[in-house]
Ligand binder design. Sequence first.
Ligand code: GCU
Length: 373
Amino acid sequence: MKTTKAGALAVVAMLLLTLSGCANLGGIDLTQVGKEGTTTYLKIALNQTESHPSYIALDHFGQRLAEKTNGRWKVDVYPNEQLGSQQEVVQFIKSGAIEMAIVSGTQLENLSKDFQVLNLPKAFKDVRHQMQVIRDPSIVGELFTSLEKRDNITVIGGFTQGSRSIYTRFGPVNKPADLKGKKIRVQESDMHIRMIELMGGSATPLSYGEVYTALQSGVLDGAENNEVSYLTQKHVEVAPYWSYTNHLVGLDYMIMRADLLKAMSDADRKIFLEEWDKAMVEHTKLWSQKTSEAIEGAKKAGAKMTKVEGDAFDKALAPLVDEFLTTKKQRELWDKIQAAQTGASSSGATNSEADNSAESEAKNEIQDSRKGK
Ligand code: GCU
């Protein structure tokens, strides 16, 4: 469902009331959800535009959910950070003011260091490997439910961010030395700050919505992201030099109120998780297509997209794994993720143009353990 600006402002006003200690106006009544003759609206926060694959897949998810439940469950997607930055919406879910949000893996690192494992460069060989892992409860089941008790947040899966590369205002980057003294935006994560340092740059953490202006004004010399964000956020206009460092296959999570998932009837939860699973598959298919379109679009908008020198960045990043895998639990999770690579495609997130192997990973049939619980 498309949301108007006025509608979003009304929600934000409700959220502010909620957070300032008034009655739980923004949240939903868990005793009523799913009842015949009622409609429960699930507010989903997103920081992308309406043309981004995540918005499209969420919109379709909402349509299917409403159809399958005769309108008892509906979805309102709020794009463009209308409900706040990712850091803010995590707090809104914790307080029960909103129900669901797509947030980058880096945000969950700040709640539990175990999530760092999946945010490490080279955690995933490619998108197919990544989707295989996050849909396999024997690998991520414990991690995804680990925030439920303390934070009332559960993770039900996610969307790929594809392969991320560096782009700058000043010119192509071939090797780590080219980033010396350059201010490169990173997400709010200690590990990603270190990642940019190892890649040769000076890391500047900033929220997504602030990157365009910071690039435009010269506060930043560059940033790193995927081609879809590069185009949809219009960063190409202000930082036209794209260099294929392909340093990371990033991951967005779908997080939601844990008490809400529990409050659903078994039948509704089954429908909900099945439709969400289809959303992940649709998103993965769309990702491939939208990435190709974004590359074309960026080039038309003036981007100069170049390869980097050999494996210089891979080598520079090699120490990061040992620096950040500090506990036995993290190491075990890392090992399980790496062992799952056998089924992944061989294209890999190497220093070539985008990894477009998404078509086949969409057919991945691994079931979520919570399906039909
Ligand atoms: C990607 C990702 C977002 C994230 C953004 C960022 O676009 O999908 O969830 O917020 O990168 O770099 O902040």
